[in-house]
Ligand binder design. Structure first.
Ligand code: SAM
Length: 292
């Protein structure tokens, strides 16, 4: 992973993405994964877990804004939100900008990720851990959703990829357990990879969503460090109208919240559900399999 002055991402066999490393800020084999935080001249601070890029200070805003504001503005009245994963707390910081939200639970399996993020990522997670609405649970997301008696308006799975501790967060059992703790009109959003390179994961997620929810879908965002083109965010709910909220409604809700963004706009929200044909084909293949 680190040959001298570079860190290589090895998520895709046959393909190597190399980041030159200026400084290693933190490196640890935690109880769950290999963790390294280093600085790169282009992307700033880069967090890798088990050799896979998780978040960088240069482009985290794209990912965190699209994973939070799309479900929260689509819902329009979310008060109880669950984040599974999200150890860098950038997603939590974006979600907490929504004034209606009164309880945000974050279930993160690896305390080390949160601890070092508190120190090194306060560029984008400042204030989260001191926000009275925020509750951090250190534990497995699967165990939490299986056992909790809390219910949520929105569940956002900001997980690693389907390997290691993250694998269970892509299982049908996990999605069924999430469905159990979603309130009526609730929305599930998932980190669902780069379909140009991870097509199978999207098909499988849509197959499982379709088996459990009335409406399984996906939306896209372009995140430079998630190499390979558009990234898909999985979407599941029992109300198909939630992903077709009129632009005027999104604009009204966005204006009412009155916070600044650098990627999300109501127009981008709507456009994100317009999938390129090859991604829509993968979504429809998954839906077909889920219905059979
Ligand atoms: N933005 C990244 C991406 O798209 O790949 C994800 C960022 S975040 C760092 C991923 C988090 O998921 C990590 O902190 C990891 O520890 C956490 N995680 C992995 N498996 C988990 C599980 N079973 N339960 C809770 N958290 C988990």
């Amino acid at each position: 992973m680190n040959d001298g002055l570079t860190f290589n991402e090895t998520l895709y066999p046959g393909l190597k993405v190399s980041y030159s490393c200026e400084d290693i800020l933190f490196q640890q084999r935690t109880e769950h994964q290999d963790l390294v935080l280093f600085t790169n001249p282009v992307f700033g601070k880069v967090l890798m877990l088990d050799g896979i890029t998780q978040v960088t200070t240069a482009d985290e805003f794209i990912y965190h804004e699209m994973m939070s504001h799309v479900p929260l503005f689509a819902h329009g009245a979310a008060r109880k939100v669950l984040i599974v994963g999200g150890g860098d707390c950038g997603l939590a910081e974006e979600a907490l900008k929504h004034k209606k939200l009164d309880h945000l639970v974050q279930v993160e399996i690896d305390r080390s990720v949160v601890d070092f993020s508190r120190q090194h990522f306060n560029d984008f997670n400042a204030g989260v851990l001191d926000d009275p609405r925020f509750e951090l649970v250190i534990g497995d997301g699967m165990k939490f959703v299986s056992e909790t008696d809390l219910t949520f308006d929105v569940v956002i799975v900001d997980s690693t990829d389907p390997q290691g501790p993250g694998a269970i967060l892509f299982s049908e059992a996990f999605y069924r357990a999430v469905h159990r703790c979603l309130k009526p009109g609730g929305i599930l959003v998932t980190q669902n990879g780069v379909p140009f390179l991870q097509r199978g994961e999207l098909v499988t997620s849509l197959e499982r969503f379709t088996r459990i929810f009335q409406d399984g879908a996906a939306y896209i965002a372009a995140i430079p460090t998630y190499f390979g083109g558009h990234m898909t965010l999985g979407w599941a709910s029992d109300d198909a109208t939630l992903r077709k909220v009129p632009l005027a409604t999104l604009e009204k809700r966005f204006t009412a919240e009155n916070f600044q963004t650098r990627y999300y706009t109501p127009e981008v929200h709507q456009a994100a559900f317009a999938l390129p044909r090859f991604i829509l084909d993968a979504v429809e293949e998954g839906r077909e399999k889920g219905r059979s």
